[in-house]
Write a protein that binds this ligand. Structure first.
Ligand code: SF4
Length: 225
């Protein structure tokens, strides 16, 4: 069945995921693809346990979007928070750990809190908003994968979408999105690790700019069938 999903559209993939996994999670970074998935889930009547990693370092525009999405779709987007505040992290590891060791910072503020949240929630599958054309690491992503890191089925309804597809849906459906996307930020993460990109640059070039890091560690590794 999962092979057949490779040619299904995103609403059909969401409906399948909801049928197969009644307790379905969705960890969103509130990027534009995540906004599209919330819109599609609302239209399809697919109930998701939606949460976002509140690292304490998100842009003000991201926090505002969070509230707008909740109001628009009548949902609660749960906050998953790290075990330490930004100040406590600085006391233990020094100021601006993200600038010296972003992998360690993401582990503390994203990867480990996410693992704890997934274990506590007890769902068997989760939705991801990744697209194949975002990074080389995502180029071979399939609609349904085994997320070895979290022991979950990972469902990628937008995996075949392009950026143009995403924005066409946003504009046609008046989906709320982060205004930073209109200011040169195609990919938005924590404020200290995200810059605008120049025209023609890779859309994710503004994430951890100046380092070899391209992923926060949440989406890798997966087992592809
Ligand atoms: S994106 Fe940057 S600030 Fe956010 S958790 Fe990762 S390293 Fe830390």
């Amino acid at each position: 069945m999962t092979d057949e999903l490779e040619t299904q559209d995103a609403p059909a993939i969401l409906r399948w995921a909801s049928r197969e996994h009644p307790k379905l999670g969705f960890a969103t970074g509130l990027g534009v693809e995540g906004c599209v998935l919330l819109d599609l889930a609302a239209k399809e009547g697919v109930a998701l346990d939606v949460f976002t990693l509140d690292t304490g370092l998100l842009f003000p525009e991201t926090y505002a979007l969070w509230r707008r999405l909740e109001a628009r779709y009548g949902i609660t987007i749960r906050a998953v928070t790290p075990p330490v505040t930004v100040e406590e992290q600085a006391a233990r590891h020094g100021d601006a750990l993200w600038a010296r060791d972003p992998d360690a910072c993401c582990k503390i503020r994203k990867v480990e809190p996410l693992a704890a949240a997934v274990a506590a929630a007890g769902f068997t599958a989760w939705i991801s908003a990744i697209r194949r054309d975002q990074t080389p690491e995502r180029a071979n992503a399939r609609v349904v994968e085994r997320d070895a890191k979290f022991g979950l089925v990972k469902v990628n309804p937008l995996v075949r979408w392009t950026s143009t597809d995403v924005w066409r849906h946003v504009l046609a459906n008046d989906v709320p999105y982060n205004p930073l996307h209109d200011q040169g930020f195609p990919s938005i993460g924590c404020a200290p690790c995200t810059t605008a990109v120049a025209p023609g640059e890779d859309p994710r070039a503004g994430r951890w700019r100046g380092t070899a890091k391209t992923e926060c560690g949440i989406h890798l590794p997966v087992v592809r069938s």
